[in-house]
Every structure is written in C-alpha cells, then in structure tokens.
Design a protein around this ligand. Structure first.
Ligand code: ARG
Length: 473
C-alpha cells in the first residue's frame, strides 16, 4: 500500500490507511481524474495557499511550517505550469490534482506538507477549485461575447445603408436594413452577457472550510479566507457547499442558450451564403472546400457551430440528470461535473472564436440584397398609405390583398399594375404619384423610426446603446 512515508516511487494516496489491498486497475482507471482536474492546478494551489494562511493565523501551523508550505506551493505551481506547457499533461501517477500537489509539496516542503490538509477535505477543496476556475473563465467568455457584439455593431454602423429582405417563415416579408438583422443577433448576445454576469453572485461563494460535509472543527475565519481567495462571500451551509452543483447547471443551461443564439445566427448566414440567396460571402479563412467538387465553398464553420449547440444542450442535461435522485452531500457521481463543464466551456470558446472571425471577415453583397427585394414586400406600406387616409387597417389590408390578386390575374406586379386598378379597388389610393412614392425601399424602412425599428435613426440609437453598454467597466 502506498503511504506518505514512502512517497518516492509509489502512488501518493490521500487515503488507504485502513485498506490491505490496492484498488483494482479497472477501478483506478474509472476513478482517476488527473487528466481532467489538472486543469485546475492554479486554483488548487491558490486554495491551498489561502488554507495554509488560515491554519497559520489560527495557530495550527507554526511560522516555519507555514513558510515551507507557502514557498513549496509556489515551486509546485511553477513545476506544473512548466510541465503542462512542455508536455501538455502531467506524468504523475496520482489519482487527482489534489494528490499531485500534496506529493510534490512534500518533496519541496518536507513533512510540513503533511499538515496542509488539516481539517480540509477534497470535497470542499474541489468545490472551491471549480468555483474559482469558473469565475476566471466566465470573464473570458464574457469578453469574447463583447468582442462579437462590437464586431456586429461596427458592421451595423458601416453597412447601415444596405437594405435587404427581412423574412418571416423564411418568406420575404418586409425590407429591412442589413444592420437591423446584425443587431438582432447582437441583442441576443447582450442578453447572454448580462445573464452570465447575474450568475456571479451565486457562484462567488467559497465552500472551503466546509470539510467533508460537517464544517470545520478548527476556529477558521471563513469569511476572511473567502475574501483572500477573491470570493464575494461564503457558502452558508457545509452540506450545501459540498453537495450543490447548481452553479454548474446554471452555467451549462446558460451555455446551451448561448449556443442556440450562435446556432440561429449561423443558420441565417448559411442560408444567406447559399447560391439561392447569395447576399453573403464567407471569407476563405472561414470556409472549406470539397474533396470532389472543385467549385464548392462550404460554410463548415457555421455548421459546426450549429452542431455544437446540440452538444451544449446535451451537456446541460447530463449534469442535471446526475443530480436528480443523488443523496445529499458528496457522491462520486459528482466528479464528472468538471469533465462536462470543461468540455462545454471549450466548445463554446472555440465556437466564439470561429463566429467572431466569420462575422468580421464576411462580405455582404449590397446589390444582390437589393435585387432580392420585390414590390410585393411593400404591400404593408400600401395598406399604411390607406390607414393614413382614414381607412381602417383591416379594410386596407383586404384592399391590398385584392390588388395582389388583380396583379396576379393580369400577370404583373404591384409596381406595374395600372393606377386605375388601384383607385377602382379603393379611391383613397389617390393620385398615381402617391402610390408610386410607396415604391422606395429607402422610404419604406425609414418609416420605422420608433424605438427598436429599422429606420436609420432607430438603428443608430441601438448602436449607441450597445456601445455605451460595452464601454461600462
Ligand atoms: N476528484 C474528486 C471530485 O472532483 C474530488 C473529491 C473526492 N472526494 C471524495 N470523497 N472521494 O469530485
């Protein structure tokens, strides 16, 4: 049996005193989590630094031991950092990062290292590491999303004069500014950032000092400890502290929704970049070709993002399913929380890089967009002309419907329909020039000046709202 007295060759195990035999290889393989949790080595070491300081302050570590641990942990951090940088993984045979850090600390700090785990459990330790890791990672996701919003807002400003069809049911509906389309997605991402920020106050509570489940039997100042680690507060109950993974569920639900937003925007762009629409051309950097058909430019990046949304959704279901029916406090089922958390985080972070690059480098074809508009899309505007002349909207809607039917009978469209057809259906259509003035894409979009609309002023207002929000600290 490995023991702390013989740490040179054997696996350093944080438990096992009462076992006569080693665990089977099969169990070891299933149980070992180092390949996953080594990613939290910085957080594990910060947590240990904070814990050692509290043990020292409460008189459970003398000055020499505290100093040895403090300096030893710094060396361990540097060692692990270097090895991960060089080899991409740790070659240690221990089951998890907590055991690795303690074994390596023993090498540098001697038997002082054996006092570090006083009154601490891996249950509160790993819960603390995970929350610290999440706090740092949230910031990165939020920064990437803000970059995306800035890219969308910049394009929206630059391309504000481009008018393109807006769709409902994927049928041509009304002309809109291309910028209004871009900003519609920017606002979804704005919602994602604010939702992520709202999770912080529930996430930023420190479980350390909760022990295995009952709390800490030594007089530790948990609030001081939490603040020293950068948390806003402490978990209010020791059993909750080691048991709850609600913050992970909340994050995974969030990333699933963010993934859905990325997926929907991707889908729009996939459609717009098809030859049938052709309003968007993706850059070479963010397109791929076919091994067989030389002419193909495939939107693989966008398709991968659309596909990733399904994986993110599946991950959010995986963790909540693990929790359902789980007895209170720590059970080993919970170990997979980090595997899923990291996987989802990586996927989303990669998707954001691809999306940001795709949006920043795509080209929009303003002429093609304009060419895709057709007079029928101004039917609503004709109804509004009648409304402005006192015709009730429902009646106006029917009159324009009748015009469309008449144009179809005559094999023409609203623009070329003879004016007397208009006035015979409804005299309030008035002069021919009044009707002709409706057939302007620019005039059409400029009607929508109210907040959130597609008129230039309303679009510019949205851009300035987003920019002001992006500049907030
Ligand atoms: N690797 C474990 C995890 O992340 C650490 C906690 C182990 N606790 C225990 N009671 N065996 O979940």
């Amino acid at each position: 049996m490995a023991s702390v007295a013989n740490v040179s060759n054997d696996r350093y195990q944080l438990w096992g005193g009462c076992f006569a035999e080693e665990p089977s290889d099969a169990l070891r393989r299933l149980n070992d989590s180092l390949a996953v949790d080594c990613r939290m080595f910085r957080e594990d070491i910060s947590g240990s630094q904070g814990w050692a300081l509290e043990l020292h302050r409460s008189g459970h570590l003398n000055d020499d031991d505290y100093l040895a641990i403090k300096q030893g942990l710094q060396k361990v951090a540097q060692e692990i950092e270097d090895e991960l940088c060089k080899y991409g993984k740790l070659s240690d045979i221990e089951e998890d990062i907590h055991s690795v850090v303690e074994r390596r600390l023993h090498k540098h700090a001697g038997d002082a290292a054996l006092k570090l785990h006083t009154a601490r459990s891996r249950n509160d330790q790993s819960a603390t590491d995970t929350r610290l890791w999440m706090l740092a990672s949230f910031q990165k996701l939020s920064d990437a999303l803000k970059d995306l919003i800035a890219i969308l807002a910049n394009r929206a400003e630059k391309e504000i004069n481009i008018i393109t069809p807006g769709y409902t049911h994927l049928q041509r509906a009304q002309p809109i500014r291309w910028s209004q389309f871009l900003l519609s997605h920017a606002w979804a991402f704005h919602g994602d950032v604010t939702r992520l920020e709202e999770q912080n106050k529930r996430l930023s509570i420190c479980p350390l000092g909760s022990g295995a489940l009952a709390g800490c039997a030594l007089p530790i100042d948990r609030t001081r400890l939490a603040h020293s680690l950068g948390f806003q507060g402490v978990t209010p109950n020791s059993m909750f502290a080691v048991s709850s993974r609600d913050h992970i569920v909340e994050f995974l639900n969030w990333s699933a929704l963010c993934g859905v937003h990325l997926s929907r925007m991707s889908e729009d762009l996939i459609i717009y970049s098809s030859q049938e629409f052709g309003t968007v051309r993706l850059s070479d950097q963010f397109s791929t070709g076919s091994s067989l058909m030389p002419q193909k430019r495939n939107p693989d990046g966008l398709e991968l993002v659309r596909g990733a949304a399904a994986l993110l959704l599946a991950d959010s279901v995986a963790v909540i399913s693990t929790l359902k029916g789980l007895p209170s406090t720590y059970n080993k089922d919970l170990q997979s929380d980090k595997e899923i958390l990291f996987r989802s985080y990586d996927k989303l972070a990669d998707c954001l890089k691809v999306i940001n690059g795709t949006i920043a480098t795509l080209e929009v074809n303003a002429e093609k967009a304009l060419g895709t508009l057709e007079p029928t899309m101004l039917a609503t505007d004709l109804a509004h002309l009648l409304v402005r002349r006192g015709v009730p909207f429902r009646r106006a809607h029917h009159h324009v419907g009748a015009l469309l039917r008449r144009a179809a009978e005559l094999g023409t469209d609203l623009l070329n329909l003879p004016h007397h057809e208009y006035t015979s259906i409804c005299p309030e259509f008035g002069k021919e020039t009044d009707v002709q003035s409706i057939f302007s894409w620019e005039a059409s979009v400029e009607q929508y000046t109210s907040l959130g609309g597609t008129a230039k002023s309303a679009v510019e207002h949205q851009i300035s709202l987003l920019r002001r929000w992006l500049q907030q600290p």
